[in-house]
Design a protein around this ligand. Sequence first.
Ligand SMILES: Nc1ncnc2c1ncn2[C@@H]1O[C@H](COP(=O)(O)OP(=O)(O)O)[C@@H](O)[C@H]1O
Ligand SMILES: [Mg+2]
Length: 248
Amino acid sequence: MRIITVANQKGGVGKTTTAVTLAHGLALKHHNVLLVDLDPQGQCAPHLGMEQEPGVFDLLVAELPLRDVVRTTGRPNLWLLPGNKRTKTAETLMVIENRGVDTLQTVLGEKVNGSRLHYLILDTAPSVGGIQENALYACDLLLIPTSLDHLGLKGLTEILKTLRAVNRSSPPAMWILPTFYDEVTRESRVNLAHLRETFGDLVLPPIHRATVLRECPALGRTIFEHAPESRAAEEYATLVWEVLNGEG
Ligand SMILES: Nc1ncnc2c1ncn2[C@@H]1O[C@H](COP(=O)(O)OP(=O)(O)O)[C@@H](O)[C@H]1O
Ligand SMILES: [Mg+2]
């Protein structure tokens, strides 16, 4: 089983879109995938056309077994551990109780063991405070969606700082996914070039800004359902391919 954490300390850079789409893409390739929504905003459920129910809270605080808090999504091979604003309460309690940075890894590891999950995709909130650090600690691959503007790049720098602060004995593999790419805009082109100069091979092919992607959450569908022939679907299929075949 591989754990992939999707993180950037800036909101609105495409984290949830990437987590939901990657999870569905891997499931379409016949892998068993659990999408875990660690953001109190809980946008993964509506993006999949589902109710925003607790899940993460019950796992972390009520300590229910994973099988009791996981939902089927109506899509083969894809399960969801939904989150909602109670996730914030769970985080506060974790801090008060002084639970360590390995808490999430332990609960997910213990309870998932024995099942046949191939991928765990962790969608995270843009804020530090306990859960994000746990997600950085637990992952095999850190995937950082980054919009090609100043704030997106700043969020990338900040997540790298947090990763260092988490102080893992061996850092996870890391990929940067440029998002909202618009080659007509100079800022977009310059920032993509800058990312490639700085991070080289860690930078994946970009996801263009696309109206069809923006439409997905409100429809409760992934891009593979809403517009499977679109460039956006093709670009996300490339990401799925990279995860299945790449080094990360
Ligand atoms: N490549 C894209 N092109 C256009 N809109 C996008 C793209 N990626 C995401 N969006 C939209 O931008 C908004 C923020 O994306 P989201 O994935 O929720 O970001 P985050 O989880 O980082 O806050 C959502 O409305 C989403 O549908
Ligand atoms: Mg999000």
